[in-house]
Design a protein around this ligand. Structure first.
Ligand code: PEP
Length: 246
């Protein structure tokens, strides 16, 4: 049986005091939560949020990392620095990284392997653009992103996948639970082909894309949807907590 895993990606939002306030509200209100939880604040907020979530049932995440351990990489943040702050999980391949900052599968794969080699859990995001969906390529795009993103990865025990159709992120448009579940099932098959059925049955596949308190339960009821990666609705305890306790 897979545990549900609900993650909040705070993106480029909040000051330190706002982040502390949200983290405190979440630790208090999710204390009795039954699932696995994560918050991923901006790099500059991690040190503020870390002591608040420490010892709680909320993991500390980062939204990205550099492809190299350290060196001359102006503006980048390394896995060593994230580890030093107590980060446990790194979100990689988010659609904003892929499409706005032009990260390709090769770069994302390098980051995935680096993060895993330093003991982090990785949430690898995948998902198709609207034109790819309309051209009937949603499965093929997700398959490519999984195959290339995990190239050379032998152990899936610290890998989580997040299916986030790009057209559903921050747009208010959610994939129907049926459409999302169909892609999740397909991705699970791909994982099965690469790693065997036991691994495919175990891997957590989150759904992301305008998840809200109103649609969380219907999405989570689907066989292959094991949690959520939440953007906009993760910015307030009033909307994240009901999703987390769907
Ligand atoms: C995300 O950025 O991962 C996301 C799913 O955003 P939103 O929930 O706002 O669509």
């Amino acid at each position: 049986m897979r545990d549900y895993y609900i993650a909040g990606n705070w993106k480029m939002h909040k000051t330190r005091s706002e982040a502390a306030e949200l983290a405190k509200a979440l630790t208090a209100q999710l204390k009795d939560g039954k699932h696995k939880y994560l918050v991923a604040p901006s790099f500059t907020l991690i040190e503020t949020v870390a002591p608040i979530v420490k010892g709680s049932n909320i993991r500390l995440g980062a939204q990205n990392c550099a492809q190299d351990e350290q060196g001359a990489h102006t503006g980048e943040v390394s896995v060593l620095q994230l580890k030093d702050l107590g980060v446990e999980t790194i979100i990689l391949g988010h659609s904003e990284r892929r499409h706005v900052y032009k990260e390709d599968d090769g770069l994302i794969n390098k980051k995935v392997k680096l993060a895993l080699s330093h003991g982090f859990e990785v949430i690898l995001c995948i998902g198709e653009l609207l034109e790819e969906r309309d051209a009937g390529k949603a499965e093929a795009v997700c398959e490519r992103q999984v195959v290339k993103g995990l190239e050379g990865v032998k152990d899936l025990s610290r890998v989580v996948l997040a299916y986030e159709p790009v057209w559903a992120i921050g747009t208010g448009k959610t994939a129907t639970p049926e459409d999302a579940d169909a892609i999740h099932a397909y991705v699970r098959q791909v994982v099965g082909r690469l790693y065997g059925n036991a691994e495919a049955e175990k891997i957590i596949i989150q759904y992301g894309g305008s998840v809200k308190p109103e649609n969380a339960a219907q999405l989570m009821a689907k066989e292959n949807i094991d949690g959520a990666l939440v953007g906009g609705a993760a910015l307030k305890a009033d909307s994240f907590v009901p999703i987390a306790k769907f």
